[in-house]
Design a protein. Structure first.
Length: 593
């Protein structure tokens, strides 16, 4: 491809040189047309060749971007659009000039709106640019079919050029295209205005870092748009010949076209100067806490929307700082991706504004500076992912345990209890039929019936310990009052939520209070217990206070450790305060989003 670019530059240089020689050749100029002086022609075609050169250099440096090819095509069209004596007797040359002339506007609008990636970012931009191409190609077709040198009007003066070639496709021409030319001028002014608005909006929406890259080229676009609007506006208004033969148009056009390579050079220099921020990034990362690498990179690159994806080799995927999977945006999504590290073993990926692609050296330098911090960030993300998986696993185990408790409670209630109740009724019927004269059998049946009632009570108590039916059917408030009623120590329910809470939260709060009351009854020698359960925003606060002997130690029993596991499985917090002689305070916070 480099050989192709070299050939294109040689072709552009030869074309500019040939046009310059034609401008000097006074003997072969068509009569009636105004030409540049030799000095102005030299400057004019030097600027044009500079624009071609810059387009080819950008193409060589950024082959993945379409900015270079588009700028090269626009610069060639600008040169070929000159209605010059080189083409006035050549039908092919004239056809090329007539097609290139209207395409200049479409190509420059395309390159300005697509900068820096060379790809249009929105559906509006794509539709607008497509409509420009369609309009300018229609104008080119009209030229090819009806162009007549006698219809060429400069400053309201019709040019008379009998020796110039007519429409290349028909060789007939249409002598009066003044009305069509005015329509074309009016529509072109509208096109230029819309393009300028889109470029300005792009600059306004850009983040600070990308805006520094876009600003020089965007200002060049606005300068060229202003020049085009003025020229077509004056032509539409039928301005005087004095204006067109003066140096005003020449210098305006020269400055507008020269602004393009100057803007690209300014963007490159700006990009290089911004690399000094990498040194500040290194210093900042040395004192930054874990999890702050993304923010530091965003500040250095000037892109607040920057996203950081950390590569996890075990999963062969990118994750964000919290360990969640991160899908890299596809091409054409309006976002760019820069992968840091080798392709087979990347470290991280930056998802950023496409304008930062023009600062490739800055991206690479910032990535290299942050490499060790990113390695640490990746380990942190992997650890958070493992912790998240462990927490999810623990939550699943707790949910599975609760489900199994409910199943056992239902089985006991619907199975064993019902059969024992049936057996108790059978014993009552047998005792009634035997009466009092059954040689002591009635007394034995009464004793069996009493034992059966005791077994039923114990079975009900066991079922409630496994999972209370009242919690499932009536909610936490009723279940807590049932606990208080059965407690051997007086219990005061200060507050309890009347509405239903999520099942895991209700179960955790219930068993927390149940275990606390059991410990109070066994060890605390307390005279009273106070239970308070309240919902505050998106959390449920559980407090159990007793006036017992204190000194509770979670490490000496499995009950409180199991409760801690249950609370932590819900991403909650559990705290125990139990000083000897001062009672015990148990506090838990359960998320209830």
């Amino acid at each position: 491809m480099r050989a192709v670019r070299v050939l294109l530059w040689l072709a552009g240089a030869a074309l500019c040189a040939r046009l310059l020689l034609a401008a000097k050749d006074e003997h072969h100029r068509p009569a009636g047309l105004t030409y540049l002086s030799t000095d102005k022609a030299l400057l004019h075609y030097t600027v044009a060749l500079l624009a071609i050169t810059v387009g080819l250099v950008v193409w060589d440096r950024r082959p993945e971007s379409l900015t270079g090819p588009l700028l090269t095509a626009a610069s060639f069209a600008y040169v070929l659009s000159e209605l010059d004596p080189l083409f006035h007797r050549s039908r092919l040359g004239l056809a090329v000039a007539l097609v290139a002339s209207p395409l200049v506007i479409a190509l420059f609008a395309h390159v300005f709106l697509a900068y820096p990636t060379g790809r249009l970012g929105s559906r509006l931009e794509r539709g607008f640019v497509a409509s420009i191409y369609a309009f300018e190609l229609a104008v080119a077709l009209v030229y090819l079919l009806y162009y007549d040198p006698g219809s060429y009007v400069v400053g309201g003066i019709r040019v008379d050029c009998p020796q110039c070639g007519k429409a290349p496709l028909t060789n007939v021409g249409w002598h009066d295209l003044t009305g069509a030319g005015r329509v074309r001028d009016g529509l072109t002014i509208a096109v230029i205005a819309v393009a300028a608005v889109l470029v300005a909006a792009k600059l306004v929406r850009a983040a600070p870092g990308p805006r520094r890259v876009l600003l020089p080229f965007g200002l060049a676009a606005l300068v060229l748009a202003a020049h085009g609007a003025v020229v077509f506006g004056l032509d539409l208004a039928g301005s005087s010949t004095d204006f067109w033969t003066s140096s005003t148009v020449f210098w305006s056009e020269t400055v507008a076209v020269l602004a393009i390579p100057v803007a690209l050079a300014a963007g490159v220099l700006w990009s290089r100067s911004s690399r000094s921020a990498v040194a500040d990034l290194v210093v900042e990362l040395e004192h930054s806490p874990p999890g702050s690498v993304r923010a530091a990179l965003a500040r250095t690159l000037g892109d607040p929307s920057l996203e950081l994806g950390l590569w996890l080799p075990e999963r062969r995927a990118f994750v964000d700082g919290d360990g969640r999977a991160l899908e890299l945006p596809a091409a054409g999504s309006g976002r760019a991706v820069t992968v840091l590290g080798p392709e087979d073993a990347p470290i991280a990926a930056l998802v950023h504004d496409p304008a930062l692609l023009e600062q490739r050296s800055l991206l690479d330098a910032a990535g290299a500076a942050a490499r060790f911090a990113l390695e640490n960030e990746r380990l942190q993300a992997e650890l958070r992912l493992q912790l998240g998986e462990a927490r999810s696993s623990r939550a699943r185990i707790v949910r599975a345990g609760d489900e199994e408790r409910r199943r056992l409670e239902r089985d006991l209630h619907d199975g064993a209890q019902q059969r024992l109740l049936g057996l108790g009724l059978a014993l009552q019927l047998a005792r009634a039929r035997l009466g009092t004269e059954a040689d002591g059998a009635a007394e034995l049946l009464a004793e069996a019936e009493a034992e059966l009632r005791a077994a039923l009570d114990e079975l009900r108590e066991l079922a409630r310990g496994i999972h209370p039916a009242v919690l499932t059917e009536q909610g936490l408030s009723a279940a807590l009052r049932s606990l208080a009623a059965r407690s051997p120590v007086p219990v005061t329910i200060a507050e309890a939520p009347e509405g239903r809470l999520p099942g895991p939260v209700e179960a955790a709060a219930y068993f927390l209070v149940s275990e606390a009351l059991a410990n109070v009854a066994k060890y605390a020698r307390a005279s009273s217990v106070r239970v308070n359960v309240v919902r505050v925003d998106e959390r449920v606060l559980v407090d159990v206070d007793d006036d017992g002997t204190g000194g509770a130690d979670p490490s000496r029993g499995s009950g409180l450790r199991g409760l801690a596991d249950r609370v932590h499985a819900l991403d909650g917090e559990l705290a125990l305060e139990s000083r000897p002689g001062h009672g015990t305070h148990l506090h838990a916070e359960l998320p209830c989003a």
